[in-house]
Ligand binder design. Structure first.
Ligand SMILES: [Zn+2]
Length: 417
């Protein structure tokens, strides 16, 4: 059996791993890197398993549209990926880069098998919940008397709307574990503490009548954040204030949350319309905002859209706050510039950032402790660390070296099992 790391080695982005036996060849994820030309991934797979609907795991799928692919993943992963691919086509076509059309995205959706079990020649594949985001899956493979587990992105701890993954139901002592290690070198305070910190930052800004910008991703993080604030205003943890979400994509994705209620916690399932909010309004444009306000807006890294517009508009006023909930920010992210250099570029002019910028990592990834706990639970013979920058992978490698043979591959490297 050959495992080839085609993308996502020593970096976050472009995840794709090929698993090949004498009888078949599959891809685990088929992602893209946002800041690069679409990677040229091979197309000759018997099946492509998509762990979840983030573009770094699914964003190259359009390249398979004329290839009669077999794609496997959960229903919400299919539906949200479809929205994301349509959005990608729209943006590219607006830029004059007509590579794909809406019918290509439709072909990808039609090729999708929304099953948790699939059999290929000499290979059995099973998917189970990964935590992380709605519909995210961990993949277990049995072939040639070997067991392989691929985590995709995963999370052990429960969040307000989603239960963490349960490692007890995964194969014991697999021959190979292919694990993400986004936070391989980081530990986080308990979630409760982070949530309290979040409420404090919001309350403090509300007291001084400032605006609060919360840049987030359209899928899952927007819905999770909107529900968090909505509930906190309902039960009195936060005072009433204007709260908005601005993201057409997030608004379209909302309906899949309603349709797939059973993916979420008991608490969410008990409610008839858990993602219809009382205190949070959906807006289409920033000029509809009645200030002062809390605004949950895309894009998550502040590269474009309402989050960039509001960041530029609100940065100079020290009454305002920007709350970053992602621990990872790419180097070219305006949010990173604003936080670290306290400056922003706007049409060639430099703005000095006076607003408070607070990073509170409400991440959907396992941190170092969870990664160690997970690996200790499974006791894999070999562990291949992917989806993490080199220093994160190395920090984890050191911690788990007593439990497993941990390896950090390079991009394009083939590992024979
Ligand atoms: Zn992800």
């Amino acid at each position: 059996m050959k495992i080839e790391v085609l993308g996502g080695a020593r970096e976050v982005g472009g995840s794709c791993i090929s698993v090949q036996t004498d009888d078949c060849k599959i891809a685990l994820d088929y992602g893209t890197k946002l800041d690069e030309e679409a990677p040229k991934l091979p197309r000759n797979f018997d099946a492509v398993i998509i762990s979840h609907a983030h573009l770094d795991h699914s964003g190259s799928l359009l390249n398979l549209s004329d290839n009669n692919p077999v794609i496997v993943g959960s229903k919400i992963t299919r539906d949200v990926t479809n929205e994301l691919l349509h959005d990608m086509i729209k943006i590219q076509n607006e830029e004059g880069n007509f590579q794909f059309y809406d019918e290509d995205a439709a072909k990808i959706s039609e090729a999708w098998l929304t099953r948790n079990n699939i059999a290929l020649p000499g290979m059995a594949i099973q998917l189970q919940s990964a935590g992380h985001v709605a519909g995210a899956k961990i993949t277990s493979i049995e072939a040639e008397n070997k067991k392989i587990v691929y985590t995709g992105d995963f999370c052990l701890h429960d969040t307000e709307i989603l239960e963490g993954c349960n490692p007890e139901t995964l194969p014991r002592e697999p021959d190979v574990l292919i694990s993400e290690c986004t936070y391989g070198g980081k530990t986080r305070p308990p979630r409760k503490q982070l949530i309290n910190h979040f409420y404090k930052q919001v309350s403090k800004t509300i007291e001084r009548k400032g605006n609060i910008l919360i840049p987030t991703f359209a899928f899952h993080r927007t819905q999770e954040m909107a529900r968090r604030i909505d509930q906190a205003m309902e039960n009195g943890t936060l005072p009433r204030y204007n709260v908005y979400t601005i993201s057409n994509l997030a608004h379209r994705i909302n309906r899949y949350f309603q349709e797939n209620k059973r993916l979420f916690t008991q608490e969410v399932q008990k409610q008839e319309h858990p993602f219809n909010y009382r205190h949070v309004k959906h807006l289409n444009r920033t000029r509809q905002i009645r200030e002062p306000a809390i605004v949950i807006a895309t894009s998550g890294f502040g590269h474009a859209g309402a989050s960039l517009r509001l960041l530029t508009q609100w940065a100079e006023d020290p009454h305002n706050s920007v709350i970053l909930t992602s621990g990872f920010l790419p180097d070219d992210s305006p949010l990173k510039q604003a936080k670290e250099n306290r400056t922003l570029k706007d049409n060639g002019e430099t703005i000095t950032v006076q607003a408070e910028i607070e990073q509170i990592e409400l991440s959907g990834h396992a941190d170092q402790n969870e990664l160690i706990q997970f690996i200790n639970n499974l006791k894999p013979k070999k562990t291949i660390l992917v989806h993490g920058e080199l220093e994160q992978a190395q920090a984890l490698q050191e911690k788990i070296s007593q439990i497993t043979d941990a390896y950090i591959p390079e991009k394009g490297e083939t590992i024979n099992i």
